[in-house]
Design a protein around this ligand. Structure first.
Ligand code: DC
Length: 229
C-alpha cells in the first residue's frame, strides 16, 4: 500500500488551527480531520441526554454507543459533523459545549475510542488533522508536525469574534475564563495532555495573518513533497 502523507497540527484553543488546516487541505487536496469536532459531538450528545458528568462509566458507555462521522462531500470549508446520523455541525459550537468538552475529553477511555477512529482515517488518505495530541499520540509517525500557538489575548479575541459570528454575544472576560479553564484542563489531564511533540515546528500566530501562517506551513510541506505533488 502507498504510504499516505500525514500533517499534524496541534495547539491550544483559538490558535487558528482549524482555519489554517482547512485552507491547507483545500490547497493540497488532502482530507481535513477536525478531531476537536469529534469530542464536541460526543459532548453535545451527553448534554442532550442529560447524563451525569461525574458518572465516568456512563459517559464511556455513551461513547462506545455513539457513531461520529465527518462528511466532506460539500467541500472542506463546509465539513459536516454527524452524531448518530444527525447533523450536529452547528450544535457543537455553542457556549454550553465549549464549557464541558474538556471535561469529556480528559476521560482516558473516551480518548482511546476517538484515537482509534482518527488513526483509521489516516490509513487510506493523505490527511491534515488538528487537535491536541495529534503529533504526540494519534499520528506520532506523521511526516509533518506543527504546533500553533498565540498570545492569550489574541486567542480570546478570535474566539469571541467566532462566537459573535454564530450569534453568541459573549463578554471578553467570559471567553477568557472559558479559554483559561480549557487550557488548564487540556494541559494537565493525565492522558495525552496538550504538549509540543519533540519534532514539531512551533509557529506563534499572534502577529501573523492567516495567509502568512498558511504559506509558512505550505512551504515546508511542498518542499518535502516536491516529487509527489
Ligand atoms: O479544537 P476544539 O476547541 O474544537 O477542541 C475541543 C476540545 O476537545 C478541547 O477542549 C480539547 C479537546 N480535544 C482533545 O482533547 N484532543 C483533541 N485531539 C482535540 C480536541
Amino acid at each position: 500500500m502507498k504510504e499516505t502523507v500525514k500533517i499534524a497540527i496541534d495547539g491550544p484553543a483559538g490558535a487558528g488551527k482549524s482555519t489554517v488546516a482547512k485552507i491547507i487541505a483545500q490547497r493540497l487536496g488532502y482530507i481535513y480531520i477536525d478531531t476537536g469536532a469529534m469530542y464536541r459531538a460526543l459532548t453535545y450528545k451527553i448534554i442532550q441526554l442529560n447524563l451525569d458528568l461525574k458518572d465516568t462509566s456512563l459517559l464511556i458507555n455513551c461513547a462506545n454507543n455513539t457513531s461520529i462521522t465527518l462528511d466532506n462531500s460539500l467541500g472542506i470549508a463546509n465539513q459536516l459533523v454527524y452524531c448518530d446520523g444527525k447533523d450536529v455541525t452547528e450544535l457543537i459550537r455553542t457556549p454550553a459545549v465549549n464549557k464541558l468538552v474538556s471535561h469529556v475529553a480528559q476521560i482516558s477511555e473516551i480518548r482511546t475510542i476517538m484515537v482509534k477512529i482518527q488513526q483509521k482515517l489516516g490509513l487510506t488518505n493523505n490527511i491534515i488533522m488538528d487537535g491536541r495530541d495529534i503529533g504526540s499520540v494519534v499520528l506520532p509517525e506523521a511526516k509533518y508536525k506543527f504546533f500553533l500557538t498565540a498570545a492569550l489575548e489574541e486567542r480570546v479575541k478570535r474566539r469571541q469574534k467566532e462566537l459573535l459570528e454564530k450569534g453568541y454575544n459573549v463578554e471578553y472576560k467570559t471567553v477568557m475564563n472559558d479559554l483559561l479553564n480549557r487550557d488548564l484542563l487540556d494541559t494537565t489531564r493525565e492522558t495525552a495532555p496538550l504538549k509540543i511533540a519533540e519534532d514539531a515546528i512551533i509557529i506563534d500566530t499572534s502577529s501573523l495573518t492567516l495567509a502568512e501562517v498558511v504559506e509558512k506551513i505550505l512551504a515546508i510541506v511542498m518542499e518535502g513533497e516536491k516529487d509527489a505533488l
